[in-house]
Design a protein around this ligand. Structure first.
Ligand code: AMP
Length: 251
């Protein structure tokens, strides 16, 4: 079974971020990138399915040359080969990403596309759903468990929804997005990292794939949250209750 898994690099969630001068993005000075955590779950999920069913895992990312580092992370975990479609970050929105992925699906003809449920930088949570729409494929988003049928024609996917669990059966080919509880992503081993250096990353231009890369959404402005006021110390529990009752009106 061929599985295409989409990986996005995101700004390090633990970094202290500042806005750039015109407040349309993040000042990247001194800020590192990491693989989006949900994408690591997607890679791990794809590797487990491949190891059980055979086939290959193709790790895909859309972005500038530097995203090769994060494709290689997926290859070091065990992905078989990579594909990058070069586009600058400012020329990407979830819809462009979905259109590029749809073109790659037409070229690669996988049985399954796996994605993270959302990228933790933009928090859009849109690409998997848009991609399934463009392809006309079934989708199972926020997967916390995936079981492939014996004939590999369908998958039973458990999703965590507000009221509990929902179990879906999707015919393949399908789009599945990974939630954090799907698995515990493996660390890339040293031999895995060495092997990944020799694995192929093909570069396909969006124009050659026939994708219209016009963005539909532009970020006009970002605003930092207001600075938090300094806290105070209270002398006693009574003092605390008094302040909660009379000043914060919380009781
Ligand atoms: P989003 O809908 O933008 O929150 O992203 C959901 C998922 O789409 C991510 O977890 C990735 O699997 C995939 N994705 C988003 N942007 C990219 C990108 N530039 N390259 C590859 N995959 C992406």
């Amino acid at each position: 079974m061929k599985i295409l898994v989409a990986v996005k690099r995101v700004t390090d969630p633990d970094a202290r971020i500042r806005l750039n001068a015109d407040a349309t993005g993040i000042d990247m000075t001194g800020v590192e990138y990491k693989v989006n955590p949900f994408c690591e779950n997607a890679v791990e999920g794809a590797l487990q399915l491949r190891d059980a069913a055979g086939g290959e895992v193709v790790v895909v990312s859309i972005g500038p040359e530097e995203v090769d580092t994060y494709i290689r992370t997926g290859l070091a975990m065990g992905g078989d080969r990579g594909i990058r479609v070069p586009l600058e970050d400012e020329n990407l929105d979830s819809d462009v990403v979905a259109r590029v992925l749809a073109a790659l699906v037409a070229k690669e003809e996988p049985e399954l596309v796996m994605l993270g449920k959302q990228a933790i930088d933009g928090d859009n949570n849109q690409v998997a759903q848009l991609l399934a729409g463009y392809l006309g494929w079934p989708q199972a988003c926020f997967a916390s468990e995936i079981a492939l049928s014996d004939d590999q024609q369908s998958a039973e996917v458990t999703r965590e929804v507000d009221g509990g669990l929902e179990v879906l059966n999707v015919g393949l080919p399908a789009v599945i997005s990974a939630d954090l509880r799907l698995n515990e992503p493996r660390y890339a081993s040293l031999p895995g990292i060495m092997k990944a250096k020799r694995k192929t990353i093909d570069v396909y231009e969006a124009a050659d794939l026939g994708v219209d890369t016009t963005v539909k959404v532009r970020v006009l402005k970002l605003e930092s949250p207001p600075e938090r006021a300094a806290g105070i110390k209270v002398d006693s529990v009574d003092d605390l209750l008094g302040k909660l009752r009379n000043e914060a009106k919380a009781l």
